[in-house]
Ligand binder design. Sequence first.
Ligand code: CUA
Length: 336
Amino acid sequence: MKRPQPYSRHYQFLCAWIGLLCLTGCANAPSILAPQGPAAARIANLWWLLFWMAMAVLLFVLGFLTLALFRRRPTNISNQSEPRNGTRVVVLAGIVMPALILAVVYIATLWTMRALATPAIAEGLTIHVIGRLWWWEVQYPEQQFATANEIHIPVNQPVRIVLSSPNVIHSFWVPELQGKMDLVPGQINTMWLEANQPGVYWGECAEFCGTQHAKMQFVIVAEPLDVYEAWVAQQQQPATEPADALAQMGRQVFLEANCLYCHTIKGTDATGNLGPDLTHLASRRTLAAGTIENNIGNLGGWIANPQHIKPGNLMPAAELTSVELQALLAYLATLN
Ligand code: CUA
């Protein structure tokens, strides 16, 4: 039989570099260790408990290893107390201690899972989130409006998130606020979120769902109650009538090109539901599910060639003259 070869030095270097790259890549990402809500705080607490327990075990093992390395061998091998001591150490350190440690881990994990399942006080608001390829449809059923890739919530209030998917499995994850929850076709999953501080919290899809999985992000915007209510009141409004001639022409372009088959703009004939609701597009921070910042230049680039920015997405390139594109952008900029 062939003896397994030890890993080569090159392989070890490669692994070390990949590990370092992963760490530096994560440096700017939202961290579960910087919790901004009660659920995330529970997860972080569990993480630190596991970390310190693992550290204690590591130090314990290293301590014994060091002891074994430097301990002098007994000269009298017929010493009868040695085997009995050895058995005691094996039973204690090899069976009793691991069983105790695993029991603590088990109970702490169950405790955390129970706390994550339901918030301390009942949720005051329900938001439906639907996983699309590759963006997030966001519906506020009680307030009767829809948006995309940007979820506003009042601060210090648990919010119920109802998750579904008509296509493949996605996973909804806001590291600073909660753990992950899958969006599974044919099934409704629910979770809750709460933010302690006003702020913008990045979320992402945490389950590989196709070629543009990495470009399936969203933001949670946690706001004081009055700011949140003002945002809701704004989102409930139909689109404003464009005032200037260029924007009016842009609205005509929108309604005469193919845009209206996929997009809704409340207050117009556009009621498509394949793509995001654009009624208040200009009020959002990002385009294409967090891929690019929402500004006129990026929006123009997106409309002219969405496949360049996000290959494989459902939006075809619009065939417009430059004047039509300018007019369309002027119109979309009015959709606050
Ligand atoms: Cu959706 Cu990954």
